[in-house]
Each structure stands twice: as C-alpha cells, then as structure tokens.
Write a protein that binds this ligand. Structure first.
Ligand code: BES
Ligand code: MN
Ligand code: ZN
Length: 493
C-alpha cells in the first residue's frame, strides 16, 4: 500500500473511491465535503442526508455509486465533533481501507484530510493517523496460507489544497509511513512460528533490519558478562541464548540517552513448571517486547532524532528438559543479587533482571522495559489497556500522555513495597515469584530491585495487549505490535 499526499483539490485526483466525511447531525456539508456536495449537485445533502437519513454516527460509512463514472463516493461518519480524536481517524481509515479491499476492484482511493477542517486538529497528526490506518489497518499474517488474499487497494492519496496544511500533513504522512511499517514488521516477527523464530534467528533479524549498529553476544560471552540469571532461563532449550544490543547515535550531540529493553522469550512453555495447553498456545508471542524494540530502532534509524538510543534484548527459549533450570535453584544475577527460583514460568523477570543491569551500566538518562510479563496484568486490565509501573512518577505520566496521542493505552498500577513481601526467600535475596495476588505489581517490585543506580525507569506490561483472539478497534487480530507507536513517539519528541 502506497500512501501519499497531493496538493490538489480532491475533485482533481482521479481515483476509484472519493472519501469525504460528516460530523453527526450536520445537514449542510461544509469544507471539502461541501465542495464535493456542490460538484455532485447536492447529492450528499439532498439524497444521503435528507432521503437516506445518514446521520454521521462515528464509524458509519455511506457508500454511494456516482453517476456515469463508475466511481464511488464514501461518506464517513465522524460522530460528535466534541468527542472526535486523532485515533478515531486512524481506526476509521482502517475500516474504509478494509471495505475497499473487500469490494475487490478498488485500486486507488483519494481522501479528505479528516480532522484538519472544522474539527481544527493538527494537520500533521491527522495525516499521520490516516497513513497509519491505511497501512497498518489492513495488516494480515498470511505468509503460511496458500491463498494470500492480496489487497486490491494499492494507492491511497490524501488531497489537501491549502499550502500550510499540506506542508504539515506531508511530514505526518512521512512519519506515518515509517511508524506503520515498523508496526507491521513487529507484527510479522511476533506472528512468526517459533519453529523458525528462535534466539539466533531473532538476532539475525535485528542485525539485518534494525537499521543501526547491532552486536550479538553468544552463550560464552553472556557468561563472561555475568548474566547468569538470563542464562539459567535459556538452559533447557536446544537453542542457544543470544544477547542483542542495538545502538543509535545521532550526528548532532544527543539531547538525552534512552535505553529500551524488550522481553525476548521466543517461546514460553513455562519450563519445568509447564504451562497447560490453552495457556501455552500463543506463547510464541512472548518476544513481543523484543519485536517492539527492534522495530522501534528501525524507525529511529529513519526518523533520526537527536537522542542516543540503546535497545537491548536477552533472547532465549523457556523449555522443560533435562538441562532446564529447576524450582528451588538459586542463581546469582549480574548485580550480585541471588534469586531463588520459585516458579520456572516466571522467567521473563529473571531475564530482565540481567538486561536491566546491563542497561544501567550504559548510564542512560532513563530505561524503559516492555514485556509480556504477567497473566495478572491481563486479568487486571484485559486486552484494552497495558500496564505501566516504574520508579519515576513524572516519566510514567509523560509516557501515558504520549502513548495516548500515539493511540495506545497504558494504565498505571501501584508498586508499593508491600507487593514485594511475598518475594522473601529463606535461602536467597529474593524469590522470583510469590503467588497470584497482585502479580503484576509484585513482578514490578521484583524488577525494581535490579535497578541499583537509581536510574529513572519505566516498566510496561503488555501481556494482555500483545496478542488478540478477536479483532480490536483497528481490525487487528493476533500480534498487535503494541508499544511500537508509543516508543517511537516518546523517543522522537
Ligand atoms: N509470558 C508469561 C505471561 C503471559 C501470560 C503473557 C499470558 C501473555 C499472556 C509469563 O512468563 C508467565 O508465565 N507469567 C506467569 C507468572 C507466574 C508463574 C507468577 C503468569 O502470569 O502466570
Ligand atoms: Mn512464563
Ligand atoms: Zn513469559
């Protein structure tokens, strides 16, 4: 799918579909919709609104065949003007693009710049949302299907004649293309079968696709670096663990330095504390955090912010076998802190313990980890919102706000010290888990113990939002690529 913007009237772009819009309750179309209405002899106001009673409710799309030309006019309902948001533009565009593809014979569409008219939203953000909706809203993982069901829609043009709006929107389209491509790549990586995607191939992917300097450490090197906790989790697998470090340095002096860490369990069987079948079924998604940071780096390499960014993935597979780590084992993590393994299925935090320690040695201004960490977070927030915790309230608030604009939801969960009480061990400094209650928060407290130099740190728990059984508002099933949009926006702004 190619998205572009042209400095033309919508009527001067030849396309199979013309997309305009209406807010709820509008009887006399204004702006570009008004111009199209006039050009087609009041077809919208007289026929669609008066006769057909189209109300402009959010998400309603009226499809009107145009006389003679064989073209179609889509009128998209934007809902109540007061309730309109840029994210709605994204989801609406995704819906429209899916309708176009279903029709089968629509190759090119031209659209109004939704939101930048009477709604008065920022043209750059509106254009970015349309672009993301068009490119990522039609995503499907059909690599292993014989019938590829190719999308018919190949070209999506945004028409904007106003010079100022056009200039801003152009930047939005460019950012949108980079962001949506990163997002779709993350989805591809997560959806990929764990038969083919294991630590070595994930590392290979990062080397070839992150767009930045990428160093991969093997088992012997990981051992030398003292990352015994990470190694313990991976020791039951036939696949060697890999530690991946990606670095982006701006040409100008960096304004700040950020480290992002993605949980990279390429398959989580639970280890000797084996998961039941239904829980294990989608556990190839347990590297969603890793996919998010790798693909974010790709976008960073293209958007080139004045920020130094380090992305880190401790990639391994959590399997049961004769060589697997065992309940009751004590492991000395990189920081020197000893961990008693209470449950081998609480493996993500054990790998992150060492990744956090490694990240802190790079002396970043802040660290963000993103992980499909706890079923408890999924129980608390469902698939609707991800969890967020950390040691710095201001940064957490900033992140939530940025993420919301990027179209992703994060809800802060508490990290009171008492959540750590259940982690007390008789034989080590900590256990890796202590029961089901408040599981997302106790996992957060566990991680916090491996930040030893007080570096500001944010923890994102995406267990509930990374992989969906039923389509979300954007129409996406399976891997969502959650985190990519927020991380890109948070780093680049
Ligand atoms: N990868 C899982 C968490 C998860 C659950 C992700 C559901 C996506 C969907 C994690 O490694 C895990 O198994 N956590 C355990 C921890 C427990 C043993 C304390 C859990 O949440 O059940
Ligand atoms: Mn697990
Ligand atoms: Zn896991």
């Amino acid at each position: 799918m190619q998205v572009k913007i042209e400095k033309k009237s919508i009527l001067d772009v030849s396309a199979d579909v013309i997309i305009v819009n209406l807010f709820e309750g509008v009887k006399t179309p204004a702006g570009v919709t008004g111009i199209v209405n006039k050009a087609y002899k009041n077809l919208i106001s007289e026929y669609v609104i008066k006769k057909e009673k189209f109300e402009g409710k959010y998400g309603e799309i009226y499809q009107l065949p145009l006389p003679i030309s064989g073209k179609k006019l889509f009128i998209a309902g934007l809902g109540k003007q007061k309730e309109f948001t840029p994210v709605k533009i994204r989801d609406l565009t995704a819906k429209i693009v899916r309708i176009c593809n279903k029709a089968g014979n629509i190759k090119k569409a031209v659209s109004i710049l939704h939101g930048a008219g009477i709604a008065g939203l920022c043209p750059q953000l509106c254009a970015q949302m349309i672009t993301e909706g068009a490119i990522s809203g039609t995503y499907a993982f059909n690599k292993y299907k014989s019938d590829k069901n190719e999308n018919s829609l190949k070209e999506f043009v945004i028409a904007e004649i106003d010079n100022e709006k056009y200039k801003k929107a152009k930047i939005g389209v460019e950012t949108g293309i980079i962001t949506a491509n990163a997002l779709n790549s993350a989805r591809d990586l997560i959806n990929e079968s764990s038969q083919y995607l294991y630590p070595e191939t994930l590392a290979q992917y990062a080397v070839e696709n992150s767009g930045v300097k990428t160093t991969v450490y093997n088992k012997a090197q990981i051992k030398k670096m003292g990352m015994n906790a990470f190694l313990a989790v991976g020791q039951g697998s036939i696949h060697e663990p890999k530690f991946i470090h990606m670095e982006y340095k701006p040409e100008k002096k960096a304004k700040r330095k950020i480290a992002i860490i993605g949980k990279g369990i390429t398959f989580d069987a639970g280890g000797l504390d084996l998961k039941p079948p239904t829980s294990m079924l989608t556990m190839r998604d347990d590297m969603s955090g890793a996919a998010a940071v790798i693909c974010t780096m790709r976008a960073i390499s293209e958007l080139k912010p004045d920020v130094e960014v380090h992305a880190i993935v401790a990639a391994c597979e959590n399997m049961p076998s004769g060589s697997a780590y065992k309940p009751g084992d004590v492991i000395i993590a990189k920081t020197g802190r000893s961990i008693e393994i209470d449950n081998t299925d609480a493996e993500g935090r054990v790998t992150l313990a060492d990744a956090l320690a490694y990240a802190e040695e790079l002396k970043p201004d802040e660290i963000i980890d993103i992980a499909t960490l706890t079923g408890a977070c999924m129980v608390a927030l469902g698939t609707v919102s991800s969890g967020i915790m950390g040691n710095n309230d201001k940064k957490i608030k900033d992140f939530i706000k940025t993420a919301e604009i990027a179209g992703e939801r994060f809800w802060q969960l508490p990290m009171y010290e008492e959540y750590g009480d259940t982690l007390k061990s008789d034989i080590a400094d900590t256990k890796n888990t202590g029961g089901r209650m408040g599981g997302a928060s106790s996992a957060g407290v566990f991680l916090s113990k491996f930040i030893t130099k007080n570096t500001p740190w944010i923890h994102l728990d995406i267990a509930g939002t990374a992989f969906l059984d039923t389509a979300n508002s954007e129409g996406i099933k399976g891997a969502t690529g959650i985190g990519v949009r927020s991380l890109i926006k948070y780093i680049t702004e």
